[in-house]
Design a protein around this ligand. Structure first.
Ligand SMILES: *[C@@H]1O[C@H](CO)[C@@H](O)[C@H](O)[C@H]1NC(C)=O
Ligand SMILES: *[C@@H]1O[C@H](CO)[C@@H](O)[C@H](O)[C@H]1NC(C)=O
Ligand SMILES: *[C@@H]1O[C@H](CO)[C@@H](O)[C@H](O)[C@H]1NC(C)=O
Ligand SMILES: *[C@@H]1O[C@H](CO)[C@@H](O)[C@H](O)[C@H]1NC(C)=O
Ligand SMILES: *[C@@H]1O[C@H](CO)[C@@H](O)[C@H](O)[C@H]1NC(C)=O
Length: 321
């Protein structure tokens, strides 16, 4: 009787509080003191994609780092390749960093104590860029990926030595690019959602395979550099497949919809859209904030994984040099 009862007990799901690894409760110790971030709305600390606290702000808190944030919402790697009217990495963000070091609004950062990160690609491969045929003529994911990898070389020439290159998430799982996608605030025009998700799968997987090969090729040519390849694709695939390990809100766990979801009419506007909004403690049940952006809870998990990488974890990070 007793042994039957205890083996039955083992088959019951663990209470949420035991099953979920929720993040650091005390600061994670690393040799790094500074975090310098580049990218798009996934990393912007002012216009945050999750409409809450961004991952760099969480990471700086978790590991007690000084944050120098250069990522800007809407950005691509280069507006010369995929033009969007937003501040791109190469034409705006890197010049802002270089200008800031020259006029000393940014202090001298000890290269050994400073990690430089780049998370880019979502806008480069997305709607209004490569996916919808809106890149410059002849530009492909080969060019946008080469541009992102070249950021490592450019920053190395400006004195950076420690890099974390965050690859693209499986964008085909976001509501905007999934096969179940509906017209939304980012794209309210006719399109075939099945074809978008198929093409997006190709773009994210091939872009990530290329960036890995290109970084492996670059690493031996940058003496003294340490380059980590952070597998955002793997982390988000895992969050999508095993939400109970990451999400902890009070609503049913949800990896297909979003906290702020608006189903538009074709060519419609927000005032005729059908919107649902999760609030309070329900929001931490969602993987996505809206049709395009990770939720704040997903971003806490990104922050945790990044600071664990800084402390030497290889779970989501492959060190190429
Ligand atoms: C979920 O976990 C995070 C830490 O990762 C915590 O800050 C947050 O308050 C939790 N959310 C809920 C609804 O308990
Ligand atoms: C973008 O084009 C401008 C003007 O031709 C050029 O000065 C700049 O170097 C280009 N940027 C990149 C990243 O190639
Ligand atoms: C320093 O340069 C940066 C980048 O060009 C600029 O944004 C900032 O306003 C400048 N600060 C001062 C004090 O001149
Ligand atoms: C969308 O594309 C898929 C794959 O090419 C095709 O099977 C399907 O018929 C298309 N749907 C519409 C409504 O055109
Ligand atoms: C997930 O969220 C969407 C709102 O975006 C909602 O329509 C859907 O019913 C939710 N799914 C589950 C399993 O709760």
């Amino acid at each position: 009787m007793f042994s039957l009862a205890s083996s039955l007990l083992l088959l019951l799901p663990l209470p949420l509080t035991l099953a979920v690894n929720l993040g650091p409760t005390k600061p994670i110790r690393t040799r790094f003191k500074n975090l310098v971030t580049f990218g798009d709305s996934y990393t912007d600390v002012v216009i945050t994609g999750d409409c809450g606290v961004s991952w760099p702000t969480y990471a700086a808190g978790y590991a007690n780092l000084k944050l120098f944030p250069f990522a800007r919402a809407g950005g691509t790697c280069s507006n010369n390749l995929t033009f969007r009217p937003f501040p791109s990495v190469m034409e705006t963000q890197v010049p802002n960093f270089v200008g800031g070091t020259k006029n000393r609004s940014i202090p001298r950062l000890n290269p050994a104590e400073t990690l430089y990160t780049l998370w880019i690609g979502t806008n480069d491969v997305g709607a209004s860029a490569l996916l919808s045929g809106d890149g410059k003529p002849g530009v492909s994911v080969v060019d946008t990926t080469a541009c992102a990898v070249n950021w490592v070389k450019v920053m190395y020439e400006h004195g950076a030595r420690n890099f974390l290159f965050q690859n693209m998430i499986p964008l085909e799982l976001t509501p905007i690019y999934s096969a179940a996608g509906y017209p939304n605030r980012y794209w309210a025009f006719e399109r075939n959602a099945t074809e978008w998700s198929v093409f997006m799968t190709e773009l994210t997987k091939s872009g990530n395979a290329l960036s890995k090969l290109m970084l492996q090729d670059l690493a031996p040519r940058l003496p003294g550099a340490h380059i980590g390849l952070f597998d955002s694709h793997g982390l988000f695939t895992d969050m999508h497949a095993h939400p109970a390990r990451y999400l902890n809100g009070t609503a049913p766990l949800n990896v297909t919809g979003s906290i702020s979801a608006c189903v538009f009419q074709i060519q419609g506007t927000l005032d005729t859209a059908a919107c649902t909004t999760a609030t309070g403690t329900d929001v931490d049940s969602f993987l996505w904030f809206d049709e395009l952006h990770p939720s704040e809870q997903a971003d806490r998990m990104v922050a945790k994984a990044v600071v664990e990488a800084m402390a030497g974890s290889r779970k989501w990070t492959m060190w190429l040099s």
